[in-house]
Design a binder for this molecule. Structure first.
Ligand SMILES: [Zn+2]
Length: 201
């Protein structure tokens, strides 16, 4: 029996949809009997639990904020993690309340960057077990990046300049540190070059 292609959903025609051309919808695998373990389900091999503070841009006693190891396409991509090996639904009331405060604080810090119009906040939780809430900044004026596909555009757009990235990280870390904790992101060093005459002689 020939497969009848499923109709494409309306979002493929949205201006924000990052692709064009001919598409067809993938076959969906049958559901598995047992869900596989996520990465770092056990705290002993959890990368968040074993990462040192200097892998983060800001830390305090209960929370840490990190980014990717290099710039990506969006002006800012950050992750907020509790120090404790917990997922969202496991947070005790103190951490649950602080998650709200930290989320608002980070949103403001990132939105205060010159080139940021909006900050998206995501928690998927399908990959790594240790709670990590994503903050992704939409560049100002880039209306096509509004909505659902922003995380895809982060991979599609060319990486932002490293200096701009480091400066923004230092800005956000300093903003958070206004309320406590330790900022660990440093602004880029000034690209100082010795005058050619000195090096020639
Ligand atoms: Zn962990």
């Amino acid at each position: 029996m020939a497969d009848i292609p499923m109709p494409l959903p309306g979002f493929t025609a949205w201006p924000s949809f990052p692709f064009e051309g001919d598409f067809k919808i993938k076959h969906l695998d049958p559901p598995v009997e047992t869900e596989p373990a996520r990465k770092g389900e056990d705290s002993a091999d959890c990368t968040a639990c074993t990462a040192p503070d200097d892998a983060y841009i800001w830390v305090n006693e209960r929370w840490r904020v990190r980014t990717m190891d290099r710039p990506t396409g969006l002006p800012m991509v950050l992750m907020l993690e509790p120090r404790s090996h917990l997922d969202l639904g496991d947070l005790p009331n103190l951490l649950a309340a602080e998650l709200g405060v930290m989320t608002v604080r980070l949103e403001r810090a990132i939105r205060s960057l010159d080139n940021v119009a909006r900050v998206h906040v995501y928690r998927w939780g399908d990959g790594a077990a240790h709670l990590h809430v994503w903050f992704m900044a939409r560049p100002v004026g880039q209306l096509q990046l509004r909505g659902t596909f922003l995380p895809l555009w982060d991979d599609i757009l060319p990486p932002i300049p490293e200096d701009q990235w480091r400066e923004s990280l230092a800005h956000v870390a300093a903003w958070l540190a206004e309320f406590g904790g330790t900022p660990l992101a440093q602004p880029p060093r000034i690209d100082w070059q010795a005058p050619a005459k000195l090096t020639d002689s």
